[in-house]
Structure formats: structure tokens, C-alpha cells
Design a protein around this ligand. Structure first.
Ligand SMILES: [Zn+2]
Length: 385
């Protein structure tokens, strides 16, 4: 009994011992991380060349809408209940109450204001978002998560000098060709698809007339490829880049959003499937939107260092996603110095922050200046405002 009671350590000193052990462990861990960083720090993906000195066109920018103010937009109850909805609204710096009271137009105004305040980005193509079309050719509200009508985006972008119209038309609509003509007549700069969400199979031969019309109107098709995780449901097999062979072979200019990162089909990375098609199709392009997201690490490196993608990459932000916790300079400790990570994350304007991060990682001037040239939107010199 006596011997046993001697060996009992008082609780306080047990805690202290654990505390010392833990802090020692943590200290060793931090030292190890610093050492690893010292050993493997590789700097930017590409040597920092001269940054693009003109104002940039963001060719991939989203707007949201809840249907207030007669916009015609809607968000499914499911997405509304999803945690993402609040994050998206916050990214626009708009509360639900404000949007309900002042209308969806407020989000468009905030968008124009944010871009107006950007030192680097001079304008953006704002994307409409068509929905799922049912067997009767009608908008399937049950299966559509997010709907932004062309009429709304066309009318609103016309009010703001720095916003341009990006149309979205599901080819399953019975009047899809007339809608395409309407979009073109109303100054749409491109047509946007999200096949895995809109349930469009780009390889379906039934879309041939639609593709011919796109080619005739010289409207580029900006289409999502790769895995989609920004919505609640997605049919990722429809986003296989290989399915784009049909529009490409019919002469449509195709821009694949975020270089088809992430996702796989037939055991192969979608980005590799896309790269494998570049030699065959000179009309195939890709944008670098959302490629700094924490779930896409490594893909921007592959995109900007891949020789075959030279001259095919265009800058886009994928706003509002760049203005959420999914993007931070601190995700790149092997490529950016602590000072860089700190100063980039401290930039207030979401577009300036996005440009700074992508440039610090090595995105070349040709990529940043690409969209203004590609879409023929002259924006002048940076800092000229
Ligand atoms: Zn997007």
C-alpha cells in the first residue's frame, strides 16, 4: 500500500508533464515543417516575367439572383438551404434582406462597383445560367438549382460600362437556335454551359444544328469540364472533355473552364484528356478561373507550364468563388514567401487579389491579357482610370 501511494503522481504535475511533452512535440513539428519548406521551397511555377500592363478582362464571372426585383432568377430550395448559398451572397457583400428589398439588380451593381474599384481588372463577362430542360422542352424548375435568365443579364450588363453579357442556352430548348440569334443580337460575347448541372451531353449528335449556329455566329462556347462541386448535384460524366470533339470538329471555338481540373474519366485525369486534344483542335482554349482553389492545388502549375497550352490559356476569376475561404495565398507555402502570402491575402479587392495570386505563382502576361484580345474588348492601360 505504502509503495503504491508513493508512485502516484499528483494530477497537476501530470498535466504539466503532458504540457511539456506537447509543446516539445509541437516545437519539433514546426521545426520540421520549416525545414521541409526550406528543402522543398520551389518558388513560383514559372519565373516571374513582366506583368501584363493593360487592364484585364475577366472572362468568367458569375452573378447570383433570388428572383427579387422581377429579375426572373431563381435558386432551388435545396441550394438555398445549402451552406454554400450564404457564402455566395456574402462574397457579393449583399445580405438576403438587402437583395429581397432592393432586388437582384443590387448584386449586379456590387459587381460593377467591385470591378470599377479594381486596379487590374477593367471589365468582366457576366454569365447567365440556363437550367435543366424537361422532355416537353420546358424549364424543369424541380431539377434546376440555379437560374439566371439571358434577358436579365443582357439588360443589366448594358447598364454598366464594365460588364459584358455572357449568354447561357440549353440546346434542349425547342427555340434554342432563335435564342442563340437573340443572344448574338444583344451583344453576347460567349455562350456558357455547365453540362453536368444542366444535363447536356456535348457529344449528342442532336446538337449539331446548335453547334453550326454557334460557329456561324462566331460565339465561343465556354463550357465546364471536370468535376463540379459548387452545386449540390452533378453528373460528372457529361463534363468529360472528350465529349467536346463534336462541337470542335464542327468549327465551334471551345473554351474549357479551369482547364478541366479536377476529376477523372476512364481512369485518366480530365486535364490530361483535354491537353491530349490540343494538337488536333486549334479552336480549343481553356480558362484559368478558380484554379487557385484549395481543392485544385497543382493544376495551375500544370496549366501554365504545359507547352501545348501556350497561347490557349485565358484569365478568368470564377467570382464569387475567389472571394470565399476556398481561395487563400496561404495554400501555397512552397511557392510563395511568407511576405507574399501575407500581402496578397491583405488585398481588399477580390479581383486584384486573384490577379496578384495568379501572377505571383507565375501566370504569364499573355494569359492575363489574353481575354481582352480574344474577345476584342479594348480596356486601355492599368492604372489609367
Ligand atoms: Zn464558373
Amino acid at each position: 500500500m505504502e509503495a503504491e501511494s508513493k508512485s502516484v503522481v499528483p494530477r497537476s504535475s501530470r498535466w504539466r508533464r503532458w504540457g511539456i511533452r506537447l509543446s516539445k512535440g509541437l516545437g519539433v513539428g514546426v521545426l520540421l515543417l520549416l525545414l521541409l519548406r526550406e528543402l522543398f521551397f520551389s518558388g513560383p511555377y514559372l519565373p516571374l516575367a513582366k506583368p501584363y500592363d493593360g487592364k484585364i478582362l475577366d472572362m468568367h464571372c458569375h452573378v447570383a439572383g433570388i428572383g427579387a426585383g422581377g429579375s426572373g432568377c431563381f435558386v432551388s430550395q435545396e441550394l438555398r438551404n445549402n451552406f454554400r448559398f450564404g457564402i455566395y451572397l456574402k462574397a457579393f457583400d449583399v445580405t438576403l434582406a438587402e437583395a429581397e428589398e432592393q432586388g437582384d439588380q443590387l448584386l449586379m451593381e456590387r459587381l460593377a462597383k467591385g470591378i470599377g474599384e479594381s486596379r487590374r481588372v477593367g471589365a468582366a463577362i457576366v454569365l447567365a445560367m440556363d437550367g435543366v430542360i424537361d422532355a416537353d422542352g420546358k424549364l424543369d424548375r424541380e431539377r434546376t438549382e440555379f437560374y439566371i435568365p439571358n434577358e436579365y443579364v443582357a439588360a443589366e450588363t448594358a447598364k454598366h460600362r464594365n460588364l459584358h453579357f455572357g449568354a447561357s442556352i440549353n440546346p434542349h430548348r425547342p427555340d434554342a437556335l432563335e435564342r442563340l440569334q437573340w443572344a448574338s443580337d444583344n451583344d453576347a460575347l460567349l455562350l456558357k454551359w455547365l453540362p453536368s448541372i444542366q444535363f447536356i451531353d456535348p457529344a449528342d449528335p442532336a446538337h449539331e444544328p446548335f453547334y453550326r449556329k454557334l460557329a456561324e455566329l462566331k460565339l465561343p462556347l465556354l463550357t465546364h469540364a471536370g468535376q463540379e462541386r459548387s452545386f449540390t448535384h452533378a453528373r460528372d460524366e457529361l463534363a468529360d472533355p472528350v465529349r467536346l470533339r463534336l462541337p470542335l470538329s464542327l468549327g465551334v471555338t471551345v473554351i474549357v473552364a479551369h482547364v478541366a481540373s479536377t476529376g477523372k474519366n476512364e481512369g485518366q485525369e480530365d486535364i490530361d484528356r483535354l491537353i491530349g486534344m490540343l494538337g488536333e483542335y486549334p479552336n480549343l482554349y481553356a480558362d484559368i478561373s478558380s484554379m487557385t482553389q484549395v481543392n485544385k492545388l497543382g493544376y495551375l502549375r500544370q496549366a501554365i507550364t504545359e507547352r501545348q497550352l501556350e497561347g490557349r490559356l485565358l484569365y478568368g476569376s470564377d467570382f464569387p468563388l475567389i472571394n470565399t475561404a476556398a481561395v487563400t495565398a496561404w495554400a501555397f507555402p512552397m511557392n510563395l514567401t511568407r511576405k507574399q502570402m501575407q500581402s496578397i491575402d491583405a488585398i481588399d479587392n477580390p479581383w486584384d487579389r486573384d490577379v496578384a495570386l495568379k501572377e505571383a505563382l507565375g501566370a504569364p502576361a499573355a494569359v492575363m491579357g489574353g481575354p481582352a484580345k480574344f474577345f476584342g474588348v479594348p480596356l486601355g492601360q492599368a492604372g489609367a482610370d
